[in-house]
Design a protein around this ligand. Structure first.
Ligand code: FAD
Length: 579
C-alpha cells in the first residue's frame, strides 16, 4: 500500500492551491493529488468563452499539466483517478484509475471535490442533446456542436437556468450565432440580483437576440427527429439542437458522506474555522464546503473560484501550523496563528453583452430571510465625468442598515466601471466601513475613469442624507401607497413627463416648485407627497424644498429609471405618455 504525507482529492481550484502552498511551505513534503477528470488545474471559469469562440484554443484552458506541476512544484498528480472510498480511522482512501485500483494512506487528507451540476426532476434529461458545462471536454463538445465539426452546426439552443453559468453559456452561444432561448424558473434572470437590476440584464439579453422565458421551468426533454424538444411547464415547446443544463450545482461529496464525513442536508461539508472536518486529519475546501455568510450568518455553500483558491492556501498553512512543523521548516512562528477562512460576501460578476452585472453581500430575499432590517438606495451616476466622451450610467443599488448605516449588500449593472465599484464596496464591507464612511474614501480620479465625486462617494452622500433624515425615500415596491394614499408630484421637465409618468402624477418641474407651493398644498389636500424624477437627484432637491415648507414628502429611490426597471414589462401598460 502506498503511503503519503498529503493526499488531495480534486486537482483544480481549491485542491491545487492547497498543493502548491504545501510545497512552498515544505520542500520535503510528499504530496499526491488524485483528480477524477482528465485535466488538472484547468480554467473552468473560461469554459463559456471557449464555447462562444472568444478563447480560441483549448490549450489556453489548460493552466497546468501533471508534467508542469511535477517540474515546477514536484507534485505527483494522477489524472483519471477517482477516490471512491475513505476509511478515516485507517487514514486510507481507495482510488480507481486506468491501471486498476489502489489503496493509499495519508497523514493529512484535503478534500476539494467541487460540485456537480444538479439534475432537477425533468423527464428526458438523459437525451443526448442535453449537456452540462463543467469540464474542458464539455466545452469542446459544445464548441464542436456550435461549429458543426463532424456534422451540421447547431442552430438552436435552449439554456435551462439563468444563473451565472447559464448567462455565460447563453451569451457565448448567441455570440457564436446560435438562436438561444434562456429559461429561468425564478421570476427573473440572475436570481441573486434584485428585480430592478435583473431587468436591465434581461433587456440586454434580448438585444443580443436571446429569447428569455422567466417564471416557468422545463418539464420534459423529448427527441424529435434528430433534435430535442424542450417542453415547459407553461405548455411551450422549444426545439433545440443543443440543451444546456445549468440549473445549479450540488457538492460532490457522496463518497465521503458514506465514510462518516459531517455534511449538511445539501451534502456540503461542515468544517471548523480552519477547514478541519469532523474526521481526524481530514480537511475540506471549495464548492463542496459550507460557509458562513458574512452578512446574514446563514450557512451555505458559496461556489466561487476566489473563496476556493484562498481556502486552499489557508488550509495548507493551518495544516503545517497544526502539525507543529512551522519552526522546523524555517517559517516564521507567525504561521502558528494562521488566518481563519474568511466568511464570504459572495462577491460575483458576469458579463452579458455590453453590460456587466456584479454584486456583493446580501440581497432582499436573504436579508428578509434572516430578519435583518434594511433600507435600499438606488443611484444612477455616470461611470466617468459626463463631459468626457463615452460616459455611461452605472445603475447601483445598496442595502444598508437603517440604524447603523452598515453596508449589507450592493449590486451594480452598467457598461463601465461596475467591477471597480463593487470591489470597492466589497472591500469596505470587509473592513466594516459604514455607508457614510464611503464619503471619506480617497479614490483615484481623472475624467476618463471617474468623477471627483465617484459613484462610491455618492453612495456615501446619499446614505448620510437618509440616515440623518435629510432625505426620506419611498421604494418602487411602495407604488400602491404612492398611487392611493399620496399626492404624486413629478418634478421632471414637461418633455420628460410626457415620455411616461404615473397616471396620478402632477407635473411641476423642480425649477418652478418654490413658486408653486400653494398649488402643491391645495392639490395634496393633506396627503403625503410622493415625489418622482428621472434618477432621484431632482426629487431630492424638491424634497428639501417641500420639507422646508412643512410638507410630509418622500423621494422615489432611484426615480423613474428604477421604477421602470422594477415594473419591467408592466411599465409601458401603466405609465401614461403625453402631458
Ligand atoms: P473544482 O475546481 O470544480 O475542482 C473539483 C475537482 O475535483 C474536479 O475536477 C473533479 O473532477 C474532482 N473530483 C471530484 N470528486 C472526486 C473524487 N472522488 N476523486 C477525485 N477527484 C474528484 N467562479 C467564479 O468565481 N467566477 C467565474 O467566472 C466562474 N465561472 C465558472 C464557469 C464555469 C463554466 C464553471 C463550471 C464554474 C465557474 N466558477 C466561477 C466556479 C469555480 O470554477 C468554482 O467555484 C471553483 O472551481 C471551485 O473549486 P473547487 O476546488 O471546490 O472545485
Amino acid at each position: 500500500m502506498a503511503k503519503h504525507g498529503y493526499v488531495i482529492v480534486g486537482g483544480v481550484a481549491g485542491g491545487m492551491s492547497a498543493a502548491a502552498r504545501l510545497r512552498r511551505l515544505d520542500e520535503a513534503a510528499d504530496i499526491v493529488i488524485f483528480e477524477a477528470g482528465p485535466e488538472v488545474s484547468f480554467a473552468n471559469c473560461g469554459l463559456p468563452y471557449y464555447v462562444g469562440g472568444e478563447i480560441t484554443s483549448q490549450d489556453e484552458l489548460l493552466v497546468q499539466t501533471p508534467k508542469s506541476l511535477k517540474d515546477s512544484l514536484n507534485l505527483q498528480v494522477h489524472v483519471n483517478h477517482r477516490v471512491t472510498a475513505l476509511d478515516a480511522a485507517a487514514h486510507k482512501v481507495h482510488v480507481v484509475g486506468p491501471a486498476g485500483e489502489l489503496d493509499v494512506t495519508y497523514d493529512h487528507l484535503i478534500l476539494s471535490p467541487g460540485a456537480t451540476a444538479t439534475r432537477p426532476p425533468i423527464e428526458g434529461l438523459d437525451n443526448p442533446h442535453v449537456h452540462t458545462l463543467r469540464t474542458v471536454t464539455d466545452a469542446v463538445t459544445m464548441r464542436d456542436l456550435v461549429t458543426g465539426k463532424g456534422g451540421k452546426p447547431a442552430k438552436t439552443a435552449v439554456v435551462l437556468g439563468a444563473g451565472f453559468i447559464g448567462l455565460e453559456a447563453a451569451e457565448g452561444l448567441a455570440h457564436a450565432g446560435v438562436e438561444v432561448t434562456l429559461v429561468e424558473v425564478a421570476p427573473h434572470v440572475l436570481p441573486p440580483l434584485e428585480q430592478e437590476m435583473a431587468q436591465l440584464v434581461h433587456e440586454e439579453l434580448q438585444r443580443l437576440g436571446v429569447k428569455v422565458v422567466v417564471g416557468t421551468g422545463a418539464s420534459a426533454v423529448a427527441e424529435d427527429g434528430g433534435h430535442a424538444v424542450v417542453r415547459l411547464a407553461d405548455g411551450q415547446s422549444l426545439p433545440a439542437d443543443l440543451v444546456v443544463l445549468s440549473t445549479g450545482v450540488a457538492p460532490a461529496t457522496q463518497v465521503f458522506v458514506a465514510a462518516g464525513l459531517k455534511c449538511d442536508e445539501r451534502g456540503a461539508i461542515v468544517t471548523d474555522a480552519h477547514g478541519l472536518t469532523n474526521l481526524p486529519d481530514v480537511w475540506a475546501v471549495g464548492d463542496a464546503t459550507l460557509s458562513t455568510d458574512a452578512v446574514t450568518g446563514a450557512r451555505r455553500p458559496v461556489p466561487l473560484a476566489g473563496p476556493a483558491n484562498r481556502a486552499g492556501r489557508l488550509v495548507a498553512d493551518q495544516i503545517v501550523a497544526a502539525a507543529g512543523k512551522a519552526r522546523r521548516l524555517g517559517i516564521t512562528d507567525k504561521i502558528a496563528s494562521v488566518r481563519p477562512l474568511p466568511a464570504p460576501l459572495g462577491t460575483a460578476i458576469v458579463r452579458v453583452g455590453r453590460l456587466t452585472a456584479a454584486m456583493t453581500g446580501a440581497n432582499r430575499a436573504s436579508l428578509a430571510g434572516a430578519g435583518i432590517a434594511f433600507t435600499t438606495l438606488h443611484l444612477h451616476p455616470l461611470a466617468h465625468a459626463g463631459y468626457f466622451p463615452g460616459a455611461t450610467q452605472i445603475h447601483l443599488l445598496v442595502h444598508i442598515d437603517p440604524r447603523t448605516g452598515r453596508i449589507l449588500g450592493a449590486q451594480a449593472v452598467g457598461e463601465q466601471g461596475v467591477d471597480k465599484r463593487i470591489d470597492v464596496l466589497a472591500t469596505a464591507m470587509r473592513a466594516n466601513l459604514t455607508a457614510p464612511d464611503l464619503i471619506d474614501l480617497d479614490l483615484c480620479y481623472s475624467p476618463p475613469y471617474g468623477s471627483a465625486k465617484d459613484p462610491v462617494s455618492m453612495i456615501g452622500f446619499l446614505s448620510d442624507n437618509v440616515l440623518t433624515g435629510q432625505l426620506a425615500l419611498w421604494q418602487p415596491d411602495e407604488l400602491d401607497w404612492a398611487r392611493t394614499k399620496a399626492f404624486v408630484l413629478d418634478v421632471r421637465t414637461p418633455e420628460e413627463f410626457a415620455s411616461g409618468h404615473l397616471p396620478e402624477a402632477v407635473n411641476i418641474p423642480h425649477t418652478s416648485l418654490r413658486g408653486r407651493l400653494g398649488d402643491v398644498k391645495q392639490q395634496a389636500g393633506g396627503r403625503p407627497i410622493a415625489v418622482t424624477c428621472q434618477s432621484g437627484v431632482r426629487s431630492y432637491i424638491a424634497h428639501r424644498v417641500l420639507a422646508a415648507a412643512g410638507f410630509d414628502s418622500r423621494s422615489l429611490s432611484g426615480g423613474m429609471l428604477t421604477l421602470r426597471a422594477f415594473l419591467g414589462a408592466a411599465a409601458d401598460a401603466l405609465l401614461v405618455k403625453g402631458s
